[in-house]
Every structure is written in C-alpha cells, then in structure tokens.
Write a protein that binds this ligand. Structure first.
Ligand code: GLA
Length: 322
C-alpha cells in the first residue's frame, strides 16, 4: 500500500484517529503512516482521568500525549463536560457554585498537564434530541442551571486560548438538531462567550445515504457561524440504525453502500476544506472500534477504513481517489 491518507489530504485537512494506550502500540505503524492528529478515545473523560476529588488518573492519557509529542502528531482534547462519565464525587453535595469550582480545578489540572492540545471539546452532547434546546437530563443542567453552557465556556477560557474551545455533538446534520446547535452557538457569540469551533461527530450509517444534501447544507450553515469545523468521530456503520441483530460480518452489498457513503461524504468535505481543519475517525482500524460492542455486543461492524488486520478496505481507496 503506497498511499498515505495524511499525505493525500495535506492540502485539505488534518486526518485524525481516536486511539488508546493499547492501540498506539498495536496500530503504531498504521497510525504513523496515515494520521497526523489523535484523540484519546476515553482517557481524558472526566470519570476516567479524575475519578476522585483529590485523585487524578493521568497515566493512560499521558501515554497517548507522550506518543503524540514524540511523533510530532497533534492532539485534540475530549472532553470536559458530558452527561456520561461523570464521577460520583463531582456533584455530591454540590450546588451550582461548588460544581463550577470543581470544574475550574479540573480544567486547570488538565490544561496545565497537557499544554499542547490544539482543540478541546469543552461541552459534548449538550443539545437535546427532542423538543428542548438544551439536554435537561444531565447533572450540569440540573445542578448548574440553564446558563451552564455560558459558565462552562467562560471557565474554559480562563485556562485556554479562545480559539481552542469547541462544542461537539452527534446527529449534527439532522436539520432540527443542527438549527438548535447553531442557535446556541450564535447566542453565545452574541453574548461574547468564547466558542471557537464546532465538532461534528459524524457517526454515519446508511440512513445518511439519502442525506448528502443535508450534509452540504449543514456544513454551509456551520461554516457561516465563522467558527472552525472539525469532524471529530467519523465512522460509517454497516447496519441500519434499527438493525440490532448480531451479524457475523457485513455483506458485500452493505460494504458497497458504505463505500458510497464514504466517497460522497469526502467529496462534500473537500468542498469545505477552507472551513474544515481536521477530520478524525473514531478509531484507526476495525478491530478497535466502539461499533463492535455498541449497540450490539460482539457484532462485527467494520465502520472504518482499515479492516481488522489493519489492511485498507475499498472505502479507503474510494476516498483517496479524487
Ligand atoms: C460519543 C462520545 C465519544 C465516544 C462515542 C462512542 O460520541 O463523544 O467519546 O464515547 O460516543 O464510543
């Protein structure tokens, strides 16, 4: 295999992968050949890195950080505020003030330890999927209140340059959700709250095949915010959203559809190369992917560009060929 993704895309955007301390060893050559930006899959999430008030678990994230630095790769930070991976102590006996003070300490600790991170997902998945604008079932909303986005970004801005602060979410091309994300970012911009980038997770599937127009429209609208755009967690599931069967592996026809989704999506992404800084895959190869256990444990999915033996798949060649 001669192609290197990061080489092919060097005039377009950075190419990233989510990794963990094991995969930086098992997938080292693949990572170094194709990717120039990394994200810790889980190691920087609150509950993992700061499990008790006075106890940090830096070692796993350190391994990824050191690997990135040693090999001249960039690193995205993921994530400070999320409704998952919240350690028990964080909201225990906490009112709004205490919760924000604890967050402040947390962000300071992480940004002091990892100074060379070029983008942080400050809030992850804070917009509601149904009728509300903000997701209400999260301790951040429940304890801090309806202005928690604003307060969180203000705190992050105390410790980080204003152009590193991202908002990250899924279903980002669904028109209703998209407009809510945009509305929230616009209202923060208007209030002078620093939010400088939007992270589009892009866990895609076949239902997205019919939605290329929405992807274009979405990118157009996000770009109009004047913020940086990162694709943060890209994969293309080979099964439809409602399919919860434990398939052994995708069929040839499913892979054919996946190739089409990858090819078209990258065609669209390339059109927005001036706005998109980074495109990150949620894993380097199919053997290390959340799609192998979610939503069906032990089901082989194969949502990435490289197979379980780290060999390039059809989708890889499809996005290299332009
Ligand atoms: C979300 C999170 C990620 C990761 C994926 C699935 O999208 O943002 O950190 O947990 O789900 O693994």
């Amino acid at each position: 295999m001669q192609f290197s993704l990061k080489e092919i895309y060097k005039d377009y955007f950075n190419i990233g992968a989510a990794v963990n301390p094991a995969s930086i060893k098992s997938h080292k050559d693949l990572i170094l050949k194709h990717f120039n930006s990394l994200t810790c899959e889980n190691e920087m999430k609150f509950g993992n890195i700061h499990p008790e008030e006075k106890k940090y678990n830096f070692a796993p994230a350190d391994k990824v950080y050191d690997f990135a630095k040693k090999n001249g790769l960039m690193l995205r930070g993921h994530t400070f505020v999320w409704h998952w991976e919240v350690p028990k102590w964080l909201f225990e006996g906490a009112d709004r003030k205490t919760a924000l003070a604890r967050l402040d300490t947390h962000i300071k600790a992480l940004t002091d330890r990892y100074p060379d991170i070029y983008a942080w997902d400050v809030i992850n998945e804070g917009i509601d999927d149904r009728d509300d604008v903000l997701r209400k079932k999260t301790p951040w909303f429940e304890t801090v209140g309806k202005d928690y986005f604003e307060r969180v970004y203000e705190i992050a801005a105390k410790h980080l340059p204003g152009d590193l602060l991202f908002y990250n979410d899924y279903n980002e091309f669904d028109p209703v959700k998209r407009d809510k994300i945009i509305k929230k970012i616009k209202s923060m911009q208007k209030a002078g709250i620093p939010v400088s980038g939007v992270g589009l997770q892009c866990h895609l599937g076949f239902n997205h095949e019919a939605q290329f127009d929405e992807m274009k429209k979405g990118l157009e609208k996000y770009a109009a915010l004047g913020v940086k755009i990162h694709v943060t967690e890209l994969d293309v599931s080979n099964y439809s959203f409602d399919d919860k069967k434990k398939h052994q592996k995708p069929t040839f026809d499913q892979y054919k559809k996946q190739v089409l989704v990858y090819r078209e999506f990258f065609k669209i992404l390339r059109q927005y190369k001036n706005e998109i800084e980074t495109v990150t895959f949620w894993g380097a190869a199919d053997d290390v992917s959340w799609l192998n256990y979610c939503p069906v444990k032990g089901r082989k999915n194969g949502g990435l560009l490289f197979d379980e033996n780290q060999q390039p798949k059809e989708a890889f060649y499809a996005i290299c060929d332009f």
